[in-house]
Every structure is written in structure tokens, then in C-alpha cells.
Design a protein around this ligand. Structure first.
Ligand code: NAD
Ligand code: TYD
Length: 355
């Protein structure tokens, strides 16, 4: 294919939660870039997330597996990528406890396939090239009550999910040190916002509150997470892709720590107000359930480097972001229904008749 775009970027996992926000941002902000979204459409991939931009002239969707070396190689030939923004992954800790090997296959093997194909395609001609790996703060392990993860914190992953992400980060850095591949990595805290699959804490609680179902809080609800508005993460990815330094890591976080139980109570209060329920009605649904095995106590990111070197900071206060998130779920019941019934998986068949 003739390369008449200013840049050609492969985004992996663009039909998922964060990936769809990244694809939307890039497609709208850079009409001169070609954005190719490679996604296997696992249970977490949903093309309905991208309905608003699917007809854009600078956007292409390709269905496929990042671990399929032949496919990835042929996409590099077709689209002459100068950049990769790699988000495709298995992302849910509870699923990783049930099936670790799937996480090794996608997160480790899939990442190494992408690195290998990029290295072969670029053949040492790295001018203007970039391989951006999107990772998580969970690679650093679990904090006690004090302290923050910085870019130099030693890796100490403790779940099969975080171990697979840590391994993929190490491979990315190994390709930089061994082959000089121009890479950059970011490690972000927990995201929240629209289009979040309702197996993760916030969308699961919103959905259950709405449907008057029990709200399963693991253990005593005392675990702490640092929450970031997903669109702020997408802005950080755009910034780091364009301005970050090769071989560097950047931590991304909201300086916004919440105990799970306090967060669930806050959601209950917001939902009581929006649904016109009596104050305290939704909180009665809270049910303490058996804790997650190996449940990390606390994550907290120090995002000073990203702020001082690249000028990034979160744009939204948490309460404002949560209100927006709840509004989105209440106004998009059809999306939730499709996701919970599995109907979204037939969307590809009806909308895309390519493969
Ligand atoms: P997600 O589970 O919502 O989406 C993952 C996407 O990857 C899906 O569209 C899925 O179909 C696709 N995918 C899975 N396996 C694939 C394969 N073999 N080939 C091609 N596509 C495949 O995940 P998310 O929450 O959007 O996370 C995206 C990335 O950001 C992940 O790498 C995750 O580790 C990282 N991250 C997530 C968070 C968070 O809070 N969700 C925080 C920090 C970092
Ligand atoms: P989750 O959204 O799965 O993200 P992660 O484990 O990657 O941080 O979970 C966020 C926190 O909420 C985590 O401490 C586990 C807890 N949790 C519950 O208490 N109940 C639930 O039903 C879920 C899904 C999570």
C-alpha cells in the first residue's frame, strides 16, 4: 500500500477499554496519521466502542491475534508502520488466577512477536520509529500504608497478570538494550470511565447497583487503588508517544487513592441520587465476599516525572469523573445489555464482512 500518510501507527487492543479511547483520540486529533487497530476481539474487545469513528478515512480495523507472527508481518508490509502503540492484553487479575497460561500467551508471547516483527521490518533504520508498550503499575507489586511507586521501584509482581506484564516490560527493555529498538514504556494506575467492561470494580458496581444486585466487596474492602480518568491516560499516551525519550519509562497516575469500600460507598451515594432512591438504599446491597488470593494491598503512583518532563497532569477531580462515568452507564444501557448478554460479539459479523 502506498504510504501517503504523515505517519502510520499500529494500535493493538484498540477495541478494548483504554485502547478504544486511545484510537478515538488519535483518529480525531491526527487526520494525517493512518491508525490501524489490530484486535482479536476476545470477550473484552468490542467494536461498538468505536462506532463513532469507524467510518473515518484515516482509520482501519484488522481482526487478528498479536501472537500470529505471519499476520503481524503482513500488516507491517501492507501499512509500513512507523509506530506501534501496544495495548492488547489479557487484563483482568481474577481471570489470570483462573488461567495463567492465557496471560503468558497473549501478554508475553504476543508482545515478543510484535517486538520481533518490528525489529525485522525496521531493519535497524530507526529514524522516526517508535515502539510504545502500555503497561501497569501492578508490576511493582504491593505497597504498605506509606510510599509511592516511582520509575526506579524494583519490579515485584505478585499475580499471574502482573507477572505477565512485568515479563513483557522486561522483553521491551531487552529489545532496546540488545537491538537498540526505540521503545518507551508507561506504567499506569487503575483507569475508570466509559466503555469499561463490567467485570472490573467500578462498572461492575454501577451495573449491580442499578439492577439491585449484591455488591461483592473482596475481603474487608480495605485494599487501596489509585484511580485515573481513562481519557487522561489516553492523553498521557499521546504525549509520551510523541515526546517521551527512547528507552525510558513513565509512571502515570491520578494522585487519587481510594479504599475499595469507601469508593463503593461513594458510588452508592451518587447512584441513590441519580436513581431517586432513598439515601442509603444502595449501600444495603454491599456484601463482603471471600478475598482474592494474593490480593495486593495498595497501589500508588508517583507521576512526578511525567509532570515535570512532559507537563502532563490529570484533568478531572475524581468525584466529577465518577459522576460522568455513572451518567455514561445510565445513558448507555444498550451497550451494557449487549456486553452482559454477549450480543456485542455478533456486532463484528454484521458490521464487518472482511475475513
Ligand atoms: P481490555 O481487557 O479492556 O482490552 C484488551 C483488548 O485487547 C481487547 O480489545 C482484546 O480483544 C484485545 N486482545 C486481547 N488479546 C489479544 C490478542 N491475542 N491479540 C489481539 N488483541 C487482543 O484492557 P484495558 O483495560 O483496555 O487495558 C489495555 C492495556 O492497558 C493492557 O495492556 C493493560 O495491561 C494496560 N493497563 C490497564 C489498566 C486498567 O486500569 N484497565 C491500567 C494500566 C494499564
Ligand atoms: P479490579 O477492577 O479488578 O482491578 P485490579 O485488581 O487490577 O486493581 O479491582 C479493583 C479492586 O477492587 C481490587 O482491590 C479488587 C477489588 N474488587 C472487589 O472488591 N470486588 C469486585 O467484584 C472486583 C471486580 C474487584
Amino acid at each position: 500500500m502506498t504510504k501517503n500518510f504523515e505517519r502510520s501507527i499500529l494500535v493493538t487492543g484498540g477495541a478494548g477499554f483504554i485502547g478504544s479511547h486511545v484510537v478515538r483520540l488519535l483518529v480525531n486529533k491526527y487526520p494525517g496519521y493512518r491508525i490501524v487497530n489490530l484486535d482479536a476481539l476476545t470477550y473484552a474487545g468490542n467494536l461498538e466502542n468505536l462506532k463513532d469513528i469507524e467510518g473515518a478515512a484515516n482509520y482501519v480495523f484488522e481482526k487478528g491475534d498479536i501472537a500470529d507472527e505471519q499476520l503481524v508481518g503482513s500488516l507491517f508490509n501492507t501499512y509500513a508502520f512507523d509506530g506501534v502503540i501496544h495495548l492488547a492484553a489479557e487484563s483482568h487479575v481474577d481471570r489470570s488466577i483462573l488461567d495463567p497460561l492465557q496471560f503468558v500467551r497473549t501478554n508475553v508471547l504476543g508482545t515478543v512477536v510484535l517486538l520481533n516483527v518490528a525489529k525485522k521490518a525496521w531493519q535497524g533504520n530507526y529514524e522516526g520509529k517508535r515502539f510504545y508498550h502500555v503497561s501497569t503499575d501492578e508490576v511493582y507489586g504491593s505497597l504498605g500504608e506509606e510510599g509511592f511507586f516511582t520509575e526506579t521501584t524494583a519490579y515485584d509482581p505478585r499475580s499471574p497478570y502482573s507477572a505477565s506484564k512485568a515479563s513483557s516490560d522486561h522483553f521491551v527493555m531487552a529489545y532496546h538494550h540488545t537491538y537498540h529498538l526505540p521503545v518507551v514504556i508507561s506504567n499506569c494506575s487503575n483507569n475508570y470511565g466509559s466503555h469499561h467492561f463490567p467485570e472490573k470494580l467500578i462498572p461492575l458496581m454501577i451495573n449491580n447497583i442499578r439492577n439491585n444486585k449484591p455488591l461483592p466487596v473482596y475481603g474487608k474492602g480495605e485494599n487501596i487503588r489509585d484511580w485515573l480518568w481513562v481519557e487522561d491516560h489516553a492523553r498521557a499516551i499521546d504525549l509520551i508517544y510523541h515526546k517521551g525519550k527512547d528507552g525510558e519509562k513513565y509512571n502515570v497516575g491520578g494522585f487519587n487513592e481510594w479504599k475499595n469500600i469507601d469508593l463503593v460507598h461513594l458510588l452508592c451515594r451518587i447512584m441513590d441520587r441519580k436513581l431517586g432512591r432513598e439515601e442509603g438504599a444502595s449501600a444495603k446491597l454491599i456484601t463482603y465476599v471471600t478475598d482474592r488470593p494474593g490480593h495486593d494491598l495498595r497501589y500508588a503512583i508517583d507521576a512526578t516525572k511525567l509532570n515535570t518532563e512532559l507537563g502532563w497532569q490529570p484533568s478531572l477531580q475524581f468525584e466529577e469523573g465518577l459522576e460522568k462515568t455513572v451518567d455514561w452507564y445510565l445513558q448507555n444501557q444498550e451497550w451494557v445489555d449487549h456486553v452482559t448478554s454477549g450480543d456485542y460479539q455478533s456486532y463484528y459479523e454484521t458490521q464487518y464482512h472482511k475475513r
